[in-house]
Write a protein that binds this ligand. Structure first.
Ligand code: FE2
Ligand code: FE2
Length: 174
């Protein structure tokens, strides 16, 4: 594998593990703030992010390439409100999308078809993840910061009624 592409794929792991860690911290915060539906959904997002990291790791292992696990910064433990929390999720996802786009271009430049095919999955996944974060942010803004509005969105998340937020059945490669 092209050495720059290998370094960039390893570097990308940091973003997926950071997202997993931050989403887990968010899930804990949401649970402590009496939003169980939202908390369970967020916990699933965290699990999905670990699956994303594992997809990259499996690809590198399959090709006998070196994997270097990153240090993960301590996640924020507190949020002003649910809107700020989901706005942070959307920014995270946009950052991951930018990284995937750059990786895809690097794989293309290196003529690495295997990496391109692996990354294609991520291109689609990121469109879905940005879309669900935007949909959730929109619902939260409509609901406002009242208890009743938050309860409604919490129930919608628990029931998978917000577009793109139904329980994920993403398979995690092992
Ligand atoms: Fe991800
Ligand atoms: Fe994500």
């Amino acid at each position: 594998m092209n050495t720059d592409l290998l370094a960039d794929l390893n570097e990308h792991l940091r973003l997926e593990f950071r997202a997993a860690h931050e989403y887990l911290a968010m899930s804990i915060w949401l649970s402590a703030h009496d939003l169980p539906g939202f908390s369970v959904w967020m916990r699933q997002q965290s699990t999905d992010e670990l699956g994303h990291a594992n997809r990259v790791i499996e690809h590198l292992l399959d090709r006998d390439q070196a994997v270097k696990l990153p240090a993960i910064p301590e996640p924020p433990a507190d949020w002003p409100d649910a809107v700020a929390l989901v706005a942070h999720v959307l920014r995270n996802e946009q950052e991951v999308t930018a990284s995937i786009t750059a990786l895809y271009e690097a794989a293309e430049g290196a003529g690495d078809r295997g990496a391109q095919i692996m990354l294609q999955w991520f291109v689609n996944e990121q469109m879905e993840e940005e879309s669900s974060a935007r949909a959730l942010l929109g619902r939260l803004k409509l609901a406002g910061s009242t208890g009743l509005g938050l309860l409604l969105v919490d129930q919608e998340l628990a029931a998978g009624k917000i577009p793109g937020t139904a329980s994920s059945s993403e398979s995690v490669p092992v």
